[in-house]
Design a protein around this ligand. Structure first.
Ligand SMILES: Cc1cc2nc3c(=O)[nH]c(=O)nc-3n(C[C@H](O)[C@H](O)[C@H](O)COP(=O)(O)O)c2cc1C
Length: 369
């Protein structure tokens, strides 16, 4: 199992959905960095289950207990360990899943990989619950970035085929992104909330689930961040985004659509403005050559429909070796997208901290040999 990420802003996540606790150890936060625990609590609350009818009814406060690395509101330089206790488990809901594998979930692949020793309760280490520690690490990262004028935000770009308008990739401002963070249901066009909720509710009523797309962006990112080849901005963000359960596609700028454009349409014309350099379009999502070019960094992540559904589906019984059917009971998100918004923001924050530290632009007092 590979539960660690990064060489500069280093994370190790741990825990299982129905174990004692989940958490993360963060290494690489410079001593003296202010850590705002109220801001962390706000970010955690946006991902926590049980607060919205479109999400699972499992209620968890997701309060982070900082076990080490922070004193008097500042990082000490030692590893920061954040723990979140699991307080509302109902492992009985998962009894049938020890033998009957959920289609679309990690049950079968995980069983093979770990010879059946993995914890199946609530999805174990494969649970979406493991994204809570990621949001904690993202919140700390976000605070370090904010001190350098970088703001991250995201919105629901689509749910069940109902699409919000896109962020303006050229004239995006920090205020727009901060306002999205304040919203219970982050949309650029709030009039769409009713229709999106109706589509989630309709699927749920039929024992089904829906997916969608999250659009995420960062403004204030200076040009020159990223370490090609393998530390390109796209590859580091994508590695983290694809680590989030249920993410099945990641795309920067125009993404797949850029393939249908001509060069004259896909190129972002460059201008000198107020002594700086900017582009009049942003089809490349603020990244060229794997390096930020000073434009807003913009990417999208596609979230699949929740695999655990009440509707009967074909599957296998590993105990009897027979084909069977499965209707998943228990508490599940009929749509993951809403709760995944702060997770995807966290992915971008963690990636930028890792990349900027690599470039020594996050920790200017550090020197590479
Ligand atoms: C915030 C969040 C919540 C999730 N909630 C559920 C859930 O309630 N039920 C479920 O079956 N999957 C849920 N998932 C998705 C599964 O964990 C994921 O689909 C599964 O591990 C298989 O991995 P894959 O979809 O990446 O292939 C959630 C994911 C996230 C990010």
């Amino acid at each position: 199992m590979r539960a660690n990420f990064g060489t500069q802003y280093r994370l190790t996540i741990f825990g299982e959905s129905h174990g004692e606790a989940i958490g993360v150890v963060i290494d690489g936060v410079p001593a003296g960095t202010p850590i705002d625990e109220q801001a962390i609590a706000r970010d955690m609350a946006r991902r926590a289950p049980g607060s919205d009818p479109a999400a699972t009814s499992r209620k968890e406060p997701d309060a982070v207990r900082i076990m080490s690395g922070v004193m008097d509101g500042r990082a000490t330089g030692a590893p920061i360990c954040g723990m979140i206790m699991n307080t509302n488990t109902r492992s009985g809901d998962y009894a049938q899943l020890r033998t009957r594998m959920r289609p679309g979930h990690a049950d079968y692949a995980g069983h093979v990989k770990y010879s059946g020793y993995n914890d199946p309760r609530g999805g174990g280490h494969f649970s979406g619950r493991l994204t809570a520690p990621l949001v904690f690490a993202g919140s700390v990262a976000r605070q370090m970035l904010a001190a350098r004028g970088i703001t991250i935000g995201a919105h629901i770009a689509q749910i069940a085929g109902c699409s919000d308008r896109a962020l303006d990739p050229v004239h995006m401002d920090a205020q727009t992104l901060l306002a999205l963070q304040e919203s219970r249901f982050p949309l650029l066009d709030p009039s769409l909330e009713g229709e999106m909720r109706a589509r989630i509710a309709a699927a749920k009523a039929e024992g089904d689930s829906v997916g969608g797309v999250i659009e995420c962006a960062a403004v204030g990112v200076p040009a020159g961040i990223g370490s090609p080849f393998f530390g390109s901005v796209e590859s580091v963000v994508s590695q983290l985004a694809f680590s989030v359960p249920a993410v099945k596609a990641v795309a920067f700028g125009d993404g797949m659509d850029i393939a249908a454009l001509r060069g004259s349409e896909a190129n972002d014309p460059m201008r000198m403005t107020d002594g700086g350099v900017s582009c009049t379009s942003n089809h490349n999502g603020g990244v060229t050559g794997g390096i930020t070019n000073g434009m807003p960094v913009v990417f999208r992540a596609a979230i699949k429909p929740t695999p655990s559904i009440a509707r009967e589906q074909q599957t296998i019984n590993l105990e009897t070796g027979e084909n069977t059917t499965l209707s998943v009971t228990g508490r599940h998100d009929p749509c993951i997208v809403l709760r995944a918004v702060p997770v995807i923001e966290s992915v971008l924050a963690i990636a930028l901290c890792e990349l900027m530290a690599d470039d020594c632009s996050l920790y200017p007092h550090r020197h590479t040999p």
